[in-house]
Design a protein around this ligand. Sequence first.
Ligand SMILES: [Cu+2]
Length: 147
Amino acid sequence: MHKTAFLFRIVTSICLASWLGVAHAEVKMTDAWVRASTPGQSVGAAYVTLSSPQDVTLVYVETERAGSVEMHSMTMENGIMKMRSMEELPVPVGKPVKLAPGGLHLMLFELPTPFKTGEQVKFRLCFKDKQGKITEQFVAMPVKTAP
Ligand SMILES: [Cu+2]
């Protein structure tokens, strides 16, 4: 295979829609953690606080430790907690977005193995800026039973 074509393929596979270009990562990720899970449990949750120096949108999240990851919101409706899947999660400049129990969270599906307290789980997050550029960032989240 021609070398430039090969490199192009690597870049295009980095994120969904990354043909628009890849910029440098700048979103600060703090207080990240994954909730410990029990054997046989197929669904889990992860939390992180996102702070960005520019307006970006979280468009994609993945980890090798889950079949898929969704961004969820959680709201009270008539006394019942309801979760909704979000296509994207805006992270406005200067306004940290806190994913925490009882609110926004990353929902992890199809867990092949349980998350054990003390281990680190790697995640890949893709952020899109106002120009449509996709930036991928990696974060290792510790597994905890509670924050
Ligand atoms: Cu959820």
